[in-house]
Design a protein around this ligand. Structure first.
Ligand SMILES: *Cc1c(COP(=O)(O)O)cnc(C)c1O
Length: 224
């Protein structure tokens, strides 16, 4: 655990200026997060709403909490008061529900659309055409309490780095196209959340603006 500060420093040294680091603390105890916080880390990623809420209440209030997992609509209420960015919007229905709870909390919640780029059946996400259908829909235009700030994607879990690179490059090109088509004058549409412990180097080379690193900072996760 004493490596946490060192690990953060090592990852930060590899990031370009415009890339931010989300330290993925899911399943990890508060103590680990406090260590990272002491080392200057302020962005943390969680994938369970209740776990995130518990940590939010216990830990310093200048932490930015990023939700990175599959979000069930009945759990939005737990994170809506404070979540800094939801990386994993994968349907218009979910976006509408987030908007509803954002409104109840009198805030605008920044969101990314999760785009399906992997060659694996198991990962959540939208096809690019489905993302465009959202931007074209009438109901999307009425959502005043969410802001779409970019896209997120996860590459295939493979040793084949060329395949990973191709998938990240694909996400970058979707981002560029969607930006031109739908967000031309919106400075806030700027994030490409891609890259995890095993592939963040490639992701940065392919244009990532936000990497989500868990085991590379906190050690491997044990699921009981
Ligand atoms: C767990 C998780 C990560 C971090 O994974 P590591 O391989 O431990 O870096 C990143 N993104 C998402 C969506 C995750 O669920």
């Amino acid at each position: 655990m004493d490596n946490i500060a060192e690990n953060i420093e090592r990852v930060n040294a590899l990031l370009l200026d415009n890339v931010s680091l989300v330290a993925v603390s899911k399943t990890k105890p508060m103590l680990y997060i406090e260590q990272a916080y002491q080392a200057g880390q302020r962005l943390f990623g969680e994938n369970k709403a209740l776990e995130m809420r518990e940590k939010y209440y216990a830990l310093p209030k200048d932490i930015e909490w990023h939700f990175i997992g599959h979000l069930q609509t009945n759990k939005i209420k737990y994170i809506a008061p404070f979540v800094a960015l939801i990386h994993s919007i994968d349907s218009l229905d979910l976006l509408e529900e987030v908007n509803k709870y954002a409104k109840k909390n009198n805030r605008i919640i920044p969101c990314l659309l999760q785009i399906y780029i992997a060659k694996e059946e198991t990962k959540y996400g939208l096809l690019p055409i489905e993302a465009e259908e959202i931007f074209k829909s009438k109901s999307y235009l009425q959502l005043e309490n969410i802001k779409i700030c970019g896209l997120m994607g996860m590459a295939t879990n493979t040793e084949n780095s060329e395949q990973i690179r191709t998938e990240f490059a694909m996400l970058k090109s979707y981002f560029d196209r969607i930006k031109i088509e739908y967000f031309k004058d919106e400075k806030s549409f700027k994030e490409i959340s891609m890259g995890m412990t095993d592939d963040y180097g490639i992701a940065i080379e392919e244009g990532s603006t936000m990497v989500r690193v868990g085991s590379g900072i906190f050690g491997s996760r044990i699921y009981l």
